[in-house]
Design a protein around this ligand. Structure first.
Ligand code: NDP
Length: 268
């Protein structure tokens, strides 16, 4: 039976085993998918040992950058994201991929019926999550991508990194004075329930506001943007869609995602 794991620290909370097992059932694929807790500093030993017999690994916090170093070859998405969340064996080499951005795009486009094409996109945050979604969004041909971040210099660095790939600019929160079509919260502010300094002028009734975080209740960001007329969604679909893209890389088939999204939602 083929072996798969998700490696992280902590890892007990991960929903990946449940998601991948459900996907496998759709195709009658027999596999084992387990959680693997790696000590900080021990990622390489852990990953090497696993790939002596294993077929594929998902990588989560705090090892996504270690996984990028570990991989022999990288996809464009992983290289530009600076992080890997999916490792696979490819002709004796370990290939590193990053499926977070494709997961976000598929959730917003396919599950929520929104489009990025020729739209003004605002991404709040300039950490790993923000960096990982820029290239997949750029492939959708937006009019422009604006990055706003508490530490403005980090937003400026991201624009330099992606300027060859899309129309991209960095703005301070004060400068966000016209409505955006899509606003993505890629900060960790929602984790602590903190409110972002997002001006209401950035939001209109045509705005689709998406929080990468998810939970039983709408986040502070979703509540604020909704109160100014936006349509809102959280990041649960992204979690499932990034898993679906990993599954596709490993097994060559694209799973159906709606049932598992609803199932996990009912457990939150
Ligand atoms: P990082 O630690 O790399 O970056 C955090 C970002 O949040 C930085 O831009 C930071 O700004 C900003 N930030 C944190 N607190 C605040 C605050 N109070 N006000 C304003 N800005 C703040 O984290 P990641 O990029 O890895 O992750 C961000 C979020 O995305 C997490 O909540 C994570 O759970 C989520 N995520 C969801 C996924 C999904 O599948 N749904 C997948 C991946 C991530 P500064 O630079 O100034 O410090």
């Amino acid at each position: 039976m083929k072996q798969f794991v998700v490696i992280g620290n902590p890892i007990a909370h991960s929903k990946s085993p449940e998601i991948h097992t459900t996907f496998a059932e759709q195709f009658g694929i027999s596999l084992q998918y387990q959680r693997l807790l790696a000590n900080r500093g021990a990622f390489v030993i852990c990953a090497k040992h696993f790939f002596e017999h294993g077929s594929g690994a998902n990588i989560t916090v705090p090892f996504k950058e270690d996984a990028k170093q570990f991989a022999d070859v990288l996809s464009d998405d992983a290289r530009l994201a600076g992080a890997v969340n999916t490792l696979s064996q490819d002709n004796g080499k370990i290939k590193g991929d990053n499926t977070d951005g494709v997961g976000l795009v598929r959730d917003i486009r396919d599950n929520h019926g929104q489009t990025f094409t020729q739209k003004n996109i605002l991404i709040i945050g300039a950490g790993g999550a923000s960096r990982g979604v820029i290239l997949p969004i750029a492939r959708e041909n937006p009019k422009a991508i604006t990055i706003a971040n508490r530490t403005h210099e980090k937003a400026q660095k991201l624009t330099e990194l992606f300027s060859q790939h899309t129309h991209i600019n960095a703005k301070t929160f004060d400068e966000l004075n016209t409505p955006f079509d899509v606003i993505i919260n890629a900060t960790s502010a929602s984790l602590s329930g903190q409110k972002l300094p997002l001006p209401s002028q950035a939001i209109s009734t045509n705005t689709f506001a998406y929080d990468m975080m998810y939970g039983a209740e709408p986040t502070a960001f979703m509540q604020f943007t909704k109160s100014h007329g936006a349509t809102t969604a959280d990041g649960l679909g992204m979690l499932v869609e990034q898993a679906a893209k990993s599954f596709e890389i490993w097994h060559g088939v694209k799973p159906e995602t709606q049932d598992i999204i609803e199932n996990i939602r009912s457990q939150l």
